[in-house]
Design a protein around this ligand. Sequence first.
Ligand code: UDP
Length: 237
Amino acid sequence: MTKPICQRILLKLSGEALMSQGGGSIDADIVNRLAAEIKALCDINIQVGLVIGGGNIMRGSERAAQGMDRVSSDHMGMLATVINALAMQDALEKHGQPVRVMSALKINQVCEDYIQRRAIRHLEKGRVVIFAAGTGNPFFTTDSAASLRAIEIRADLMIKATKVKGVYSADPEKVKDAVFYPQLTYNEALDQRLNVMDTTALVLCRDNHMAMRVMNIFEQGAVMRLMLGEDIGSLIQ
Ligand code: UDP
């Protein structure tokens, strides 16, 4: 079998990726399908770190715009990511995949604390590590958390899952002639204010030479095909 192009990846899913069409916050079938894809990657010895957002349940900035204190609403957002992480942990275990949730906020009855060395040890032992509670700090996003964890665990690649094929000059669902970029630099993404991730996350990746692939996670088997050498989505470096 072809050797995978990466030994260790950090996969970033938005919370919305778990949502059902009907608007339910966590769709069991979707979580199950994603878990099966992640398990397949582990089966060919790719070490997988996972960050799942919380936008399907709570976004701090949205709550704050309605008048809530931003720090409290961001705490709620971070707790939402823990809920998603537990759902994914359960689904992965049902597939027979060893997995640990590590939280940036201390919730010891629920999951482990995030400790960088211990996370790397889990990955080396073939366990999926789900990094929950973002960075543990308000005013950040889970995109920034994903960039940070990707760098900390020394991932070969960060994969940002989206609903579209990759990075475009404009939203392809709204602008008909939006141009698709198969490759670009972080500076181009920043200068053109392309809607990839927030600036903090992009700068963190740029300054720490973390390559990122932006791709459609809803295309079944796409991450596996990427790992086996196919050129899928957009590469930012
Ligand atoms: N959040 C935070 N600090 C972090 C990461 C996340 O305060 O380091 C909060 C923030 O309120 C955010 C929410 O958690 O809106 C959910 O994360 P995000 O919006 O990034 O989720 P996604 O859009 O990826 O589903």
